[in-house]
Write a protein that binds this ligand. Structure first.
Ligand SMILES: Nc1ncnc2c1ncn2[C@@H]1O[C@H](COP(=O)(O)OP(=O)(O)O)[C@@H](O)[C@H]1O
Ligand SMILES: [Mg+2]
Length: 312
């Protein structure tokens, strides 16, 4: 692409993460403007997207939409139909990564280390007492209950006591038809950003996430100063290599493209467990992917440009 081509930065939309997406999209649009690109900022409305893109003569879309549409394959589907090149993962990989239950099946099929789990569906929602007994018997009480298709820690409940299981299941089933229950891994929380270089994923330095409150919930994620981020994470060389390898294998197993971020828990013994992959990771200058890129000398505008030129 050349710099005269209009780049549409698409953000917002109907998802519960729209507000955060607008911050991401605005930061990307500002950075690419600074780099000399012609930028059109578009608030996602699926019904008018086509005419908006045509009106500005966009040649490529920078996808900055978190959650619904941007991360679940729907926006990708629309753009494929319009023959419009776009950044990040394709339709199917996006849909797989957005669904924690489906992701789990891909990880298990590829023998990628991930917490022990149970999956519950619609008919289980009718008998939560029985579901609770199954959980206690097979995973124990210390679990994490997750709605299959939410992000940003919405619909994720860490259960510490038996009395917390049913309320957690109720909340998860309110948000999603399928629910994933995982064994809780106590240890350290890590995340690995990946970029695509010459068609292959390359892991950036590992980030260690240390929330002051002890749990990395919505508040810890989005409140300034509530969490410390250590990059590169203070880990031995072999643990770092192990965690980066898990991230690369996850990227390949899910068939991702462009930039992505894989969340991993590390237990006391140094074993990593993959939680999930994020296909449209936050991209404000203080987000995690830009922090990892900065650790290898890539500035925020450079990072945005690298992602843009990898659009296909
Ligand atoms: N199995 C687990 N063991 C311990 N902590 C977990 C586990 N699963 C999730 N968590 C915690 O919950 C957070 C959110 O879970 P995650 O699966 O990454 O979903 P999302 O980021 O989409 O809300 C993680 O960042 C981590 O702090
Ligand atoms: Mg996560």
């Amino acid at each position: 692409m050349n710099k005269q081509d209009t780049v549409a930065v698409v953000m917002g939309g109907p998802s519960s993460e729209a507000e955060i997406s607008r911050v991401t999209g605005t930061a990307i649009a500002d950075a690419l403007t600074e780099k000399g690109y012609q930028i059109e900022r578009i608030e996602l409305d699926p019904l008018t997207l086509r005419s908006r893109l045509e009106a500005c003569g966009a040649k490529v879309v920078f996808n900055a939409v978190h959650g619904m549409y941007g991360e679940d394959g729907r926006l990708q589907c629309l753009l494929e139909a319009l023959h419009m090149p776009y950044t990040g993962s394709r339709m199917l990989a996006s849909a797989v990564a957005m669904d924690k239950v489906v992701t789990k099946k891909f990880l298990v099929a590829e023998k990628i280390s991930t917490p022990d789990y149970l999956i519950f569906g619609k008919k289980d929602a009718q008998d939560l007492q029985r579901v609770k007994e199954t959980i206690c018997r097979t995973l124990g009480v210390q679990t994490v209950v997750k709605a299959a298709t939410q992000g940003s820690s919405i619909g994720v409940v860490i259960v510490k006591e038996e009395s917390g299981i049913i309320p957690a299941l109720e909340e998860a089933f309110r948000l999603s038809e399928n629910v994933l229950v995982e064994k809780c891994i106590s240890g350290r929380e890590l995340t690995v950003a990946l970029m695509e270089e010459d068609g292959a994923p390359k892991a950036l330095p590992v980030i260690m996430i240390a929330p002051h409150s002890g749990s990395y919930d919505f508040h810890s994620k989005y409140t300034k100063g509530a969490t410390d981020y250590l990059v590169p994470a203070p880990l031995t060389e072999s643990v770092t290599a192990h965690v980066q390898e898990l991230a690369v294998r996850t990227y390949l197993a899910l068939g991702l493209s462009g930039v992505a971020r894989v969340d991993i828990m590390l237990d006391e013994a140094g074993q990593g467990y993959v939680l999930e992959a994020n296909t449209v990771p936050g991209m404000t200058p203080t987000s995690l992917v830009p922090k990892a890129a900065a650790a290898v000398g890539i500035s925020f505008p450079e990072l945005c440009e690298k992602i843009l030129v990898s659009a296909k």
